[in-house]
Each structure stands twice: as C-alpha cells, then as structure tokens.
Design a protein around this ligand. Structure first.
Ligand SMILES: [Zn+2]
Length: 337
C-alpha cells in the first residue's frame, strides 16, 4: 500500500511478520537523477516482494533505485539490504557513521561483542536463560549479511549533512537514543521530518542499554530537545501512521520517561536492588498479566530499558551503584534522600 505524501515522496507500508509493530514505513523520494529509499524491512522474501511492489507502484523499477538511506541499523530497517544489493550491485547505501562502526563490530568482532553483552546482562542480574540466550534475540545472528554490507560499503553520514533529491533539501539530524547513530531527515521548506524510530505517534520508542559506557536515555532526551526546536508540520515515522503536532508528542515522551524515572526511584527506596529485580517491579505497558508470564525476549528488552533509566539516575546523582561479586546493585543516593 503506497501513498504520495507530498509530490514525489511516497510512503510504502511494508509488513513486519511476527511483530506487534505491524508494519515498517519505507519512504521513497524520487527525482530525475536520484531515487532514494529510506529504510527497508525484515529479510523475508514476501517482505521484499511487498516493498518492490510499492516501489514499482511509485513509478520506479526496484533494480534502478540509486540509493538506500537507513535511519538506524536495527534489523527491521536494514534487513533487506542484501536483497537490494543482489538486484542492483551499485546501489549506494548510507547510514550515520556511528552505525557503520557498529555494523563493523557486528560483522567482524561479533563473538567478543556477544560475550561482553552476556557479561553485562549477568552483571545486572539477568538469569542465564536470558543472558546466554542471545541467539534467540540478537539480530546479528539472523541478518549478518546486512551488517557485512553496511560495514564494507555504506557511506558514513554526519550530523547536519545535506541530501538533495529534486526540489527537496534534506538535512541529516543526528538523534542518538533509540540507537547510537540514529538519524532523522528534516526538510525545512516543506516542514517534514522523516523520524525513523526517534518519534512514533503512539508507541514509546525503545531506549535500552546493553553495554557499559553508554547513556542512551540521556542521549535520547537531548535528541528530543533537538527535534522539538525544529519547525515541523508533518512527521513521517518508521512505524505506525503519519502524524502532526510533533511538539505535543515530544512532551508526552518526556513525561513518560519522567514518570518511569520516578517509579524506579520509588522502587529503589525499598532497598538496594539489581536492575533485573527493578525491571520485574516496573509497570510495563504490555499484555502480560505478570512478570513471570513475560517471554524471555520481553524480559531482555525490559531489563535494557531499566538499566538505561538507572544509569541516568546514577549520572544525575540520584542513585548509587555498587558492585559485589560482579553483580551491580543500585540504591537511592543518600545525598538526595
Ligand atoms: Zn523500527
């Protein structure tokens, strides 16, 4: 199903099999010289067929696409890259330079990365059914070729870089948080923002930490400040429906994280706790009756989100981190309480 959102900008809804997100939005921007596809879809033959049908309906032969730009390196956005490379080996790929580096790690140093991640999860209290079960969760296990392509051939994008397609002059806006090198595309004269997963109309973007030396929630909140200042009339998100009033949505997202930080702070008041224990107490907006009913993958996501919130609290001096026998505990910071 395609829709011409603005002249020569098409939204193509691509199905996401087995995902509660429903579909991915791919955007095709075309001009005489250049046809740019923003984001692809999961690597399934029927998804590729569906996206190619959309591209054809928009008047472009899929093998003649000149470029694919990725808002970030998550599997539902990059999965189809190898299939496009098969039909058009000169197609140009571009993604933020941080995601190029991550793709290199995924494809070249994955064993070490996986071990580091397992240790991280264990140190935050995850049972081994989650910490050592990454093959069930981790996209690098089921889409290694997409990361190889990005590592080897993607052009690295920079914040502020301009991308001109026909009459449109897009600006790359680096919005780390949902992933470290996430970008949006802003077009100031038509006031549109292609937002990837940085802003979605009803779903709260997943902000999680699975490695040391990151602070994704602080990054995300500053990215929200950055996009809030833009003069935007229409947001073209990576999932769900196109929406307006982006500032209102940003206020809601900030409020959501503020509430969750308060909930987690209250939980820490009951005593020192691992992130996994805190995660089991948080009121998650999911359709499972209790923490015990969460599938392992949901627990893994919830743990990552909880660590991101605890880390922000620690950075702000509102929580204290201690370690015993390689397990990390958080408690309320006495300086504040
Ligand atoms: Zn996504």
């Amino acid at each position: 199903m395609i829709k011409e959102v603005l002249p020569n900008i098409f939204q193509i809804k691509v199905p996401l099999p087995n995902s509660p997100l429903g579909h991915l939005n791919s955007y095709l921007i075309k001009s005489e010289e250049r046809t740019l596809l923003v984001d692809t879809g999961l690597n399934f033959p029927q998804v590729f067929d569906s996206l190619c049908r959309g591209v054809s309906e928009a008047g472009v032969i899929p093998a003649e696409l000149t470029e694919i730009l990725l808002t970030h390196f998550h599997v539902d956005h990059v999965g189809l890259i190898p299939r496009f490379k098969e039909i058009s080996k000169d197609i140009r790929l571009s993604i933020h330079h941080v995601e190029v580096e991550l793709s290199k790690i995924m494809s070249e140093k994955f064993e070490g990365y996986k071990e580091e991640m397992e240790n991280f999860l264990k140190s935050h209290g995850a049972p081994s059914s989650i910490a050592t079960n990454l093959q069930g969760f981790h996209p690098a296990f089921f889409t290694p070729r997409a990361y190889q392509e990005l590592a080897v051939s993607a052009f690295p994008l920079e914040d502020g870089q301009e991308i001109q397609v026909g009459d449109y002059d897009f600006q790359v806006v680096w919005t780390p948080g949902h992933s470290p090198g996430h970008i949006c595309l802003y077009e100031s004269s038509s006031k549109i923002l292609i937002s990837g997963d940085h802003l979605l109309p009803t779903i709260t973007p997943h902000i999680a930490q699975f490695m040391e030396n990151m602070d994704p929630l602080t990054d995300y909140l500053s990215s929200l400040e950055k996009t809030e200042k833009l003069d935007v009339e229409v947001v073209l998100p990576g999932h769900e429906e196109i929406f307006t009033n982006h500032q209102e949505r940003i206020r809601q997202l900030k409020e959501h994280h503020k509430q969750r930080l308060m909930e987690i702070t209250d939980e820490l008041r009951t005593g020192s706790s691992t992130a996994y224990m805190v995660a089991s107490k948080v009121h998650w907006d999911v359709n499972y009756k209790s923490w015990h009913k969460f599938p392992p993958f949901q627990k893994y996501l919830a743990l990552g989100e909880t660590v991101a919130h605890l880390n922000l609290l620690e950075q702000k001096g509102r929580a204290k981190r201690t370690e015993a026998n390689q397990i990390v505990f958080y408690s309320i910071s006495e300086a504040v309480d």
